[in-house]
Design a binder for this molecule. Structure first.
Ligand SMILES: Nc1ncnc2c1ncn2[C@@H]1O[C@H](COP(=O)(O)OP(=O)(O)OP(=O)(O)O)[C@@H](O)[C@H]1O
Ligand SMILES: [Mg+2]
Length: 284
């Protein structure tokens, strides 16, 4: 067991405003939060390309930039939105005008960056966020929430809106310890019984599964859910470290459009397949 995963004696984080999952409308889209403990691990890259892969499979997909203060989905997609979620929240624009088409054929709702008012979860932000989600879910099969990193109130609130959580982590010890901390908070505060794992920037095939089971062993020992059972990690896939990813980000292109045959793009396609069969098929 890696030392990095051994829990440190910390006070449990209990941000005000964290809630139990608010669950999607039964007939609406599956809401999947793409989140992480540590920042910069690939959430936005995964959200955007996963959306493109799911769209290619015939799903109606919306990606919502839930990283309210430091949004960058627009940068990755090379979009220059005139209207953002901020304008919707402040009543300056209608929700429909803020939803725009992205290059991969899916829709996005972008957030705008550098707004300090979103560094705190106020009742207004909470209500606005909730009503935007409620208005949009009936129109899609899947809504991906590209959240910020960590366990701040705003991040935890956006994750609470999702029925499923996809944790992105890299094999680095810092990323794994932070993923552990985030998962622990999700078990304790949102009463989640499971979360789904994607290991990004994996060095070798099989690494992600091994890392996930190491993390599971630590959770089995130290974290139990409300039901008394351990929090379950469901390994959804690995994405290899691939120079084409950085290249696509630098060119502000979707990897799936720019280099569809590269190892990372193939891994994203596989992840989309797994998500579709486990979460989006009628039997799921
Ligand atoms: N599989 C990969 N192979 C190589 N580089 C990658 C891979 N995945 C991500 N990266 C690099 O990591 C960078 C950060 O990715 P991204 O912006 O998606 O992270 P993030 O988790 O959304 O960050 P933040 O926490 O700031 O929102 C990318 O710009 C890219 O250069
Ligand atoms: Mg991001």
């Amino acid at each position: 067991m890696s030392d990095a995963l051994t829990p440190q004696p910390t006070t449990p984080a209990t941000p005000a405003g964290a809630t139990t999952p608010s669950a999607p409308a039964p007939d609406g889209a599956r809401i999947i939060a793409v989140t992480s403990g540590k920042g910069g691990v690939g959430k936005t890259f995964v959200s955007a390309n996963l959306a493109a892969a799911l769209t290619r499979r015939g799903q109606r997909v919306l990606v919502l930039d839930a990283d309210l203060g430091l949004a960058n989905l627009d940068v990755v997609l090379n979009l220059h939105p005139k209207i953002t979620l901020h304008d919707v929240f402040t009543g300056k624009a209608a929700l429909d005008d803020a939803v725009i088409a992205a290059p991969g054929g899916f829709d996005v709702l972008l957030a705008g960056s550098g707004m300090v008012e979103y560094s705190r979860l106020t009742p207004e932000v909470r209500n606005q966020f909730l009503s935007v989600i409620q208005a949009l879910t009936p129109r899609y099969d899947v809504v991906l929430l590209d959240t910020g990193a960590g366990i701040s109130d705003v991040v935890l609130f956006s994750v609470s809106l999702a029925s499923e959580v996809l944790i992105v982590a890299t094999p680095e010890p810092t990323s794994l310890t932070d993923a552990y901390a985030a998962i622990k908070v999700l078990a304790m505060q949102q009463k989640r019984q499971h979360v789904r794992m994607v290991i990004n920037q994996a060095a070798r095939p099989g690494d992600g599964r091994a890392i996930t089971s190491q993390l599971q062993q630590v959770l089995d020992r130290f974290v139990s859910t409300e039901s008394g059972r351990p929090m379950r990690l469901l390994h959804m896939g690995d994405i290899p470290a691939d120079p084409s990813v950085r290249d696509a980000v630098m060119r502000r292109q979707l990897l799936l459009l720019q280099t569809p045959g590269c190892p990372a793009a193939l891994a994203i396609a596989q992840l989309a397949n797994k998500i579709e069969t486990t979460l989006l098929s009628p039997a799921a």
